[in-house]
Design a protein around this ligand. Sequence first.
Ligand SMILES: [Zn+2]
Length: 142
Amino acid sequence: MKCKKCGYELKDEWKICPQCHEVLDDKNRVNTKKLEDENKKEITKKKEDNKSNEYIGAYLLIFFLSLLLGIFISEIRWICLAISFITIITAHIKLPNSKVIKVIFWLYIIGIIIYILYILFILFLFVKYIPEFLDSLSSCPG
Ligand SMILES: [Zn+2]
């Protein structure tokens, strides 16, 4: 405990600060242990934040690299897209507090949903119009 007025180190049983003669109740004592604990907590939190920032950087690097490779090199497209998919899901699970990861994760999921809808739409058109197309071919004279 310290005196809140002058900062003198106090013993718990003292009623008056020997340095500034402040009458001490709980309000006039600063609980130094509590402060130290809070400081330590803050420092650990900062360290953790720094660490997770490094992880975010690494995840994003792998994600964008594999995504770009997948888009531009058709021979390894599906492997690269799978890697980017696994990377962003892992990042989302391991770093649930990161806003950047969260945004990219949901954009990616929305992208996949749109892609699947697009494929379904194409399939739908294909199934719907292929009989007419075949009909028109067979009815074409010559
Ligand atoms: Zn004092």
